[in-house]
Design a protein around this ligand. Structure first.
Ligand SMILES: [Zn+2]
Length: 95
């Protein structure tokens, strides 16, 4: 007997992994996060766990960062480079 493995997704706020259906999905539409109840809306989606939903709604200024962090698979290399560049810029600005 084959037991199907539940697909896992990462909460974009606390980075906890959980079964996909335990997380709420949001997509980025017209400059804001839109709850994707049907889980099939087009565009880049992020997942938020129940514990973080409240914070997610209260922090719209962080939506761009959270959605930016949700990179599609296969682009890790480019993401790493950008991250390093951003860190370098931050350090320079703080000094
Ligand atoms: Zn969370």
């Amino acid at each position: 007997m084959i037991v199907p493995v539940a697909p896992q997704r990462t909460c974009v706020v606390c980075r906890t992994r959980a079964d996909k259906w335990l997380l709420a999905r949001f997509t980025w539409q017209n400059g804001q996060a839109v709850a994707d109840g049907g889980r099939q809306a087009a565009g880049r989606g992020v997942y938020v766990c129940r514990e973080c939903l409240d914070m997610f709604y209260r922090r719209p200024e962080r939506w761009p960062r959270w959605f930016k962090a949700a990179r599609p698979n296969g682009k890790e290399g480019a993401g790493m480079k950008n991250k390093q560049d951003a860190a370098a810029r931050r350090d320079g600005g703080a000094a």
